[in-house]
Design a protein around this ligand. Structure first.
Ligand code: UN1
Length: 491
C-alpha cells in the first residue's frame, strides 16, 4: 500500500514522486510505501495550516472537543486492529501496542473535556469599576515532530491539546512509524476535522523537520526524540523565538533498598527495563541496589531474564519483541562492548540470539551488567535498548546521589517498605516523574509528563501542562467607570 501526505484536506502525492519502504522489524516484510517529501511539500502543508487557523481558532472550544470525542470513540472501536498494525510496524508486543493506543484514547477523552474547561481566571482590579481577567488564547500553527517508539500515544499527546486549544497542525511523524500516523490522521478526518486544520507530511528531518523549524508561519514546535536533535531544534527554532517543547529521553533508575519487597522489585524492573525492548524514554536502564540485597536481586533477575521469550510481537508467546531497526541493534551492541571494556561484568545476554527463526528480525538478547560504577558511560548514556546496569550502594543518600548525577532527569523509582525512605526519595529524586514501589514506566495522561536537566527544556506534556504549552495568556481589563482611570496613579 502506498501512503500519501494530507494537505489542506486532500491526500496528495509528494512533489518529489519518491517513496521509501516501511518495514516490519521482526521479519523484514514491507508494510507500506511512504513519501519522501521535500521542503516544498512541507511549505504547502504550512500554508494550508496557516490558512485554516483564523477559522479554527473561532470554533467554540466545546465543538473542537466534540471532534476529539469522536476521535476517541473511533480509536476505541479500532483498538485491537491499530495495535496489530503498530506491532507489525515497529515491533512492540501486542499487549504494549494496545496500551499505546489506549493512551491515545485516554488523551482524546481528556482533551475533549478540555474543550469545556480551558479555564482562565478573573481577579480584582486595583481600580474601582474595573474588571480584570486572564484568558487562554490559541497561538497559531504547531509543528509536531514525533518518534517511532510510541507511534500513537505521543502524536496524540501533542496533536489533541494543540487542536482543542485552537491551533492548527503540521505533523511530521518518525520515518520508522508512518503507518500509525497515517491511521491517526485518517481518523481525525473521519471525525470531522475541517480541511487544513491537521496536515501530515512524511519525510526526513532534513527536508520536512528543518522546514518546520525555520518557516516563520510555524509558531510552536513540539518535539520528542534524541538529545542531540533536541539541541538542534532548540537552537534553530528557539533562535527564531518560537515556543519549543522538548522531550529528550532519560537514563532512568530503579533504587532497591534492603527492606524492599523483592518479588515486586523484580517484576517492576523486568517490566520497565525490557518492556518495549527497552525503547522507552522512561525505560529503566540502571538499578541502584543496596549492598545488603545486591546478590539476591542479581540472581533473581538473571533467572527471570533467562525465561524471557523473544519473538514476533503478535505471538502470544512473546515477551520481548525486536529492536526497531539494524542501526538500533548496532548501537546496543556498541554499548555492550563498551560496558565490557569499561570493566562491567556481563551477567547475561549481550548479543544477537542464535535462534534461526529470529534471523530476519532485529532481535537483541535482554542484557544485564553487574559491577557497574556510576562513572561508566553505560551508566550515563541513553542506550534505548534492553540493557540494564546494576550499581551497588551502601545507603539511601548514596542511592539518591547516584540517581541524580546523570545528565537526564525523566523518571526514577524506589522499592522500599519504609515510609520515611519513600518520602525522602520523593523530596530528593531530581526527576520529573517519581514512582514508589513501581518501575519507571507507566505515566498516565492526566499528570504532567517530562523531566529535568537534559530531558528537556522545562515544559511538560499531558494533562493541564499540555494546555499551558499550547495556549498563551491574554490579560483583559474592562473599565466600566466611564472616566479615565490610570493604573498605578489613580489608586
Ligand atoms: C516515551 O517513552 O517517550 O510512561 C513515552 C510511559 C509511557 C510513555 C512513555 N506511558 O512509559
Amino acid at each position: 500500500m502506498r501512503l500519501n501526505n494530507f494537505i489542506g484536506g486532500q491526500w496528495v502525492a509528494p512533489e518529489t514522486g519518491q517513496y521509501r519502504p516501511d518495514i516490519d522489524p521482526a521479519n523484514g516484510e514491507v508494510i507500506a510505501e511512504v513519501p519522501l517529501s521535500s521542503r516544498q511539500d512541507t511549505e504547502r502543508a504550512i500554508a494550508a495550516a496557516a490558512d485554516a487557523y483564523p477559522r479554527w481558532r473561532k470554533v467554540p472550544g466545546p465543538k473542537r472537543g466534540e471532534i476529539l470525542f469522536r476521535v476517541g470513540q473511533i480509536l476505541q472501536a479500532r483498538k485491537r486492529e491499530l495495535a496489530e498494525k503498530m506491532t507489525r510496524e515497529m515491533g512492540k508486543v501486542r499487549l504494549e501496542a494496545e496500551g499505546d493506543v489506549q493512551e491515545g484514547i485516554d488523551m482524546a477523552f481528556y482533551m475533549a473535556g478540555e474543550g469545556r474547561r480551558s479555564f482562565g481566571f478573573t481577579t480584582p482590579s486595583e481600580l474601582p469599576d474595573k474588571f480584570a481577567m486572564a484568558l487562554r488564547d490559541s497561538i497559531g500553527v504547531a509543528g509536531i515532530i514525533t518518534p517511532w517508539n510510541f507511534p500513537m500515544a505521543i502524536p496524540t499527546w501533542k496533536i489533541f491539546p494543540a487542536l482543542v486549544s485552537g491551533n492548527t497542525v503540521v505533523f511530521k511523524p518518525a520515518t520508522e512509524s508512518p503507518y500509525l500516523a497515517y491511521e491517526l490522521v485518517k481518523i481525525l478526518e473521519e471525525a470531522g476535522i475541517p480541511p487544513g486544520v491537521v496536515n501530515l507530511v512524511f519525510g526526513s528531518g532534513r527536508e520536512v523537520g528543518e522546514t518546520l523549524l525555520t518557516d516563520p508561519r510555524v509558531q510552536l514546535i513540539s518535539f520528542t526524540g534524541s538529545n542531540e536533535t533536541g539541541r538542534h531544534v532548540a537552537q534553530v527554532a528557539g533562535g527564531l523565538l518560537k515556543r519549543v517543547s522538548l522531550e529528550l529521553g532519560g537514563k532512568n533508575a530503579v533504587i532497591v533498598m534492603d527492606d524492599a519487597n523483592l518479588d515486586l522489585a523484580v517484576d517492576g524492573i523486568i517490566w520497565s527495563a525490557y518492556g518495549t525492548t527497552g525503547q522507552r524514554c522512561t525505560a529503566c536502564s540502571r538499578i541502584i541496589v543496596h549492598e545488603g540485597i545486591y546478590d539476591r536481586l542479581r540472581d533473581r533477575l538473571k533467572e527471570r531474564i533467562r525465561g524471557l521469550r523473544l519473538g514476533h510481537g503478535l505471538s502470544a508467546e512473546t515477551d520481548v519483541g525486536p529492536l526497531v531497526n539494524q542501526a538500533a541493534v548496532e548501537k546496543v551492541q556498541h554499548y555492550v562492548e563498551l560496558g565490557q571494556q569499561e570493566g562491567a561484568h556481563l551477567e547475561i545476554g549481550g548479543g544477537i540470539p542464535d535462534d534461526p527463526t529470529l534471523a530476519h528480525g532485529h532481535f537483541y538478547l535482554p542484557t544485564l551488567f553487574t559491577d557497574v560504577t556510576p562513572e561508566m558511560r553505560i551508566a550515563n548514556e541513553e542506550i534505548f535498548g534492553p540493557v540494564l546496569s546494576m550499581i551497588r550502594v551502601k545507603s539511601l543518600d548514596e542511592a539518591i546521589e547516584v540517581n541524580n548525577r546523570v545528565s537526564y532527569g525523566l523518571s526514577s523509582s524506589i522499592f522500599t517498605q519504609d515510609v520515611n525512605r519513600a518520602f525522602q526519595a520523593i523530596r530528593d529524586l531530581a526527576t520529573g516523574i517519581v514512582y514508589i514501589n513501581a518501575g519507571t514506566t507507566g505515566a498516565e495522561i492526566h499528570l504532567p509528563f517530562g523531566g529535568t536537566k537534559g530531558t528537556g527544556n522545562g515544559h511538560r506534556e499531558s494533562g493541564e501542562a499540555a494546555i499551558d504549552f499550547f495556549t498563551e495568556w491574554k490579560a483583559v481589563y474592562v473599565d466600566y467607570s466611564g472616566r479615565l482611570q490610570r493604573a498605578q496613579i489613580d489608586t
